[in-house]
Design a protein around this ligand. Structure first.
Ligand SMILES: NC(=O)C1=CN([C@@H]2O[C@H](COP(=O)(O)OP(=O)(O)OC[C@H]3O[C@@H](n4cnc5c(N)ncnc54)[C@H](OP(=O)(O)O)[C@@H]3O)[C@@H](O)[C@H]2O)C=CC1
Ligand SMILES: O=C([O-])CC(=O)C(=O)O
Length: 228
């Protein structure tokens, strides 16, 4: 299996060390190589630049920057390009996506998500002496306003009841050293609450280490005869 890795920042370098076979790395300005799987870990602009081309050439596309899919035109163009290949959306930094996506099939009533991060992970200008709500609204607006901090909101929206109906709060909390995500859902299945405190990657305080692990699992699942 040939893997192309777009971006070698905090998540990309973690993956590069562990992927087997070793990936071909795509840096800014590089042409996209032919590959069985293209893994985007480079940001919204890189997904817009390479995503459609990857799918059109027949490469499965693993997306980390899921917040970019709040841009309806980009999301539609990726889906239209996926005729010979798959778009793979890993759960990333959050837990419970399997339950949420299953619950959707029986009918969901409400989905609420809150993200709490140390202020410096959100912005350099937030108060350091008290918590502050930096966003309250739906998942589409969260993803469009917080390009580097609302991938989880977008993943939850896509797995559950969509960008418009998913209620999101983003809170800066100076007492934290980890990224805390709380997901609450109710529907025909019952109710669940998921709470995860994710240790950030050393290279990027915004990105939880579980994201890199989740992407590795997604790529390994594609190779494996057992998918869990
Ligand atoms: N789905 C999820 O749950 C999560 C998703 N994410 C998302 O994953 C993505 C990667 O995160 P992370 O590794 O922490 O980010 P980093 O900023 O640490 O790394 C991004 C890397 O991509 C490179 N890059 C940017 N644009 C391009 C391009 N056009 N072509 C090739 N390389 C490019 C950057 O290079 P340079 O240094 O030159 O800018 C940098 O090395 C982000 O979009 C982030 O928001 C993060 C956490 C959770
Ligand atoms: O949602 C995001 O973009 C990233 C995030 O909170 C995390 O990695 O914990």
């Amino acid at each position: 299996m040939k893997i192309a890795l777009i971006g070698v920042g905090a998540i990309g370098s973690w993956l590069q060390e562990r992927l087997d076979p070793k990936p071909v790395v795509v840096r800014r300005g590089d042409a996209l190589p032919m590959a069985d799987v293209v893994v985007e870990v480079a940001g919204h602009a890189a997904l817009a630049q390479y995503g459609v081309a990857a799918l059109r050439q027949g490469s499965d596309l693993v997306i980390a920057s899921i917040g970019a899919l709040a841009d309806e035109a980009l999301w539609v163009s990726l889906q239209q390009a996926a005729t010979r290949a798959k778009i793979l959306l890993p759960a990333g930094a959050v837990a419970g996506i399997d339950a949420l996506a299953a619950a959707r099939l029986g009918g969901l009533d409400s989905v609420r998500y809150s993200s709490r991060k140390p202020p410096a992970s959100l912005s350099n200008t937030l108060p350091l002496d008290r918590e502050s709500v930096v966003f309250e609204g739906n998942a589409r607006d969260a993803a469009l306003q917080f390009l580097k901090n609302a991938n989880v909101a977008a993943t939850i929206a896509l797995a559950g009841i969509g960008f418009e109906k998913t209620e999101v709060r983003i809170i800066a909390d100076p007492t934290l050293t980890q990224n805390v995500h709380v997901l609450e859902a109710s529907g025909a299945f019952g109710t669940f609450t998921m709470n995860i405190a994710g240790r950030p990657l050393p290279g990027n305080p915004r990105s939880s280490s579980l994201t890199a692990m989740s992407l590795l699992r997604c790529i390994q699942n594609r190779q494996s005869s057992i998918v869990l």
